[in-house]
Write a protein that binds this ligand. Sequence first.
Ligand code: ADP
Ligand code: MG
Length: 268
Amino acid sequence: MTATIPQAAPVAATSERPMVEAVEVHKRFGSLEVLKGITLSVERGQVVCLLGPSGSGKSTFLRCINHLEQIDAGMIRVDGETVGYRECNGRLYELREKEVAAQRRKVGMVFQRFNLFPHKTALENVIEAPTQVAGRSRSAAREEAMGLLARVGLADKAGTYPAQLSGGQQQRVAIARALAMRPEVMLFDEPTSALDPELVGDVLDVMRGLAESGMTMIVVTHEIGFAREVGDVAVFMDGGVVVESGAPSQVLVEPREKRTRAFLSKVL
Ligand code: ADP
Ligand code: MG
């Protein structure tokens, strides 16, 4: 049964409330508890870089924010609105499908694998969701998409199919595609991990530009240089918990926790 969602705490004015707020988020797959109480707040315009060993729950956490997974307990809010399930007085409340759809539109996601439609050109990939999901006119979507392709440095590739693009170019199309839905927050899940080293820089440059334009971003990455230069906050996760978080200049340079130091010594 769907019920009205009670508000746990008063929500501040739009400008002050966090863009993404996670409180004690728990998620399990069968007997495996993957998220063991993640609490994290991302302010509007902030770039949060999420680091941690494989299997620590980073992707699962992003997927919960984007409704690709439902949380078992705790609370996630995007732009002040509750996402998915939350526990309240021992009961779980569920969002209506429409509410879920509306919230998902606020969140853009870029995956390690770009997953472009192979039979569609770069431009067609970018206008797909705006025309099919958001119901925008083809001409308006096209115009916006051309602007987005220019923004990711691919204005001249609008008519090109994914197979004719490099991995880095495909990933930049994927970023443009996510931006085409005009999200309030962008989630990146290891966006450069599948790329040849020489293609990583262009993708990171696009992300840097996006950050500079004021986009709120949560970026799972092992690119320590990017996290230090672009990140406002670095969060180190391990075993489904946040081990430490703070300024990248602290967490990534002088970590307090042994587990963070051990991880950094492996990726640096
Ligand atoms: P990370 O992104 O930090 O590498 P993940 O969030 O992908 O970690 O995975 C955390 C753990 O959850 C891993 O042990 C993984 O095998 C498990 N897991 C992730 N998704 C599923 C799923 N759909 N079903 C079962 N186990 C899963
Ligand atoms: Mg992952």
